[in-house]
Design a binder for this molecule. Structure first.
Ligand SMILES: N[C@@H](CCC(=O)N[C@@H](CS(=O)(=O)O)C(=O)NCC(=O)O)C(=O)O
Length: 216
């Protein structure tokens, strides 16, 4: 399988962690797509890899392309018939999907909008439209999201309950992006900070390129 990738990117990091959690890294080859050159927005990429023009994209040997981190993670998690990241029971699947989607809406995607609209982002050749006020509103939304996940993690060890899951990986992606845009987790979010310190020790997390030169 081929991953169209941007190694230090927050969303690609989600899939890289999932690959490592499932011990699938050796089966994946990574093809770098340069976001700062706008390669992900080229007509051929959009036509053949991902209509949405984002990374990562999982391309299978038969040419099938799966985009969207949640979908890629679900695919990888179910390859061996032993889902460990997306839930085994209906209840686990429902709670993990909800909390992962909430982590996108309230944290990761909000920071992404701030990056693209409230900062220079990928540069003027790629950021063809920017709305700084909208970007800053999304930054404030992400800070509220950090407090929400701090409250969640005061009462349970992982984002969706008792076990590490795709939802934790999505929050990790959010905090990776927060470090990129220099949006520190508020010091009063002690439970979120403690959780982050703990999950960053996981072998699937600590060696990711995103952490190599980030004070994340
Ligand atoms: N909903 C998508 C979002 C993916 C996404 O935004 N990826 C970023 C990559 S990175 O910023 O995390 O490295 C991207 O392609 N950004 C490029 C752009 O939005 O122009 C997903 O979950 O996969």
């Amino acid at each position: 399988m081929t991953i169209h990738d941007f190694p230090k990117g927050p969303y690609p990091t989600r899939v890289r962690i999932a690959l490592a959690e499932k011990n699938l890294q050796s089966r994946a080859r990574f093809v770098m797509v340069d976001l700062y050159k706008g390669e992900h927005k080229k007509p051929e990429f959009i036509a053949t890899k991902n209509y949405s023009g984002t990374l990562p994209v999982l391309e299978l040997a038969d040419g099938t392309c799966i985009a969207e981190c949640t979908a890629i993670t679900e695919y990888l998690d179910n390859l061996d018939g032993q889902p460990a990241l997306t839930g085994r029971t209906a209840l686990e699947k429902g709670l993990i999907h909800m909390m992962s989607k909430r982590a996108e809406l309230e944290l990761l995607d909000a920071i992404s909008v701030y990056f693209h609209h409230g900062t220079p982002g990928l540069g003027p050749q790629v950021e063809l439209y920017q709305n700084p006020e909208w970007g800053c509103r999304q930054r404030d939304k992400a800070l509220r999201g950090m407090h929400y996940f701090d409250a969640v993690l005061k009462n349970q060890p992982y984002v969706a309950g008792k076990a590490f899951s795709m939802a934790d990986i999505t929050v990790i992606g959010g905090l990776v992006f927060a470090a990129i845009v220099d949006l520190p987790v508020p010091e009063e979010c002690g439970a979120l900070l403690a959780w982050y310190e703990r999950v960053r020790q996981r072998p699937s997390v600590k060696d990711q390129p995103a952490f190599l030169d980030l004070a994340a």
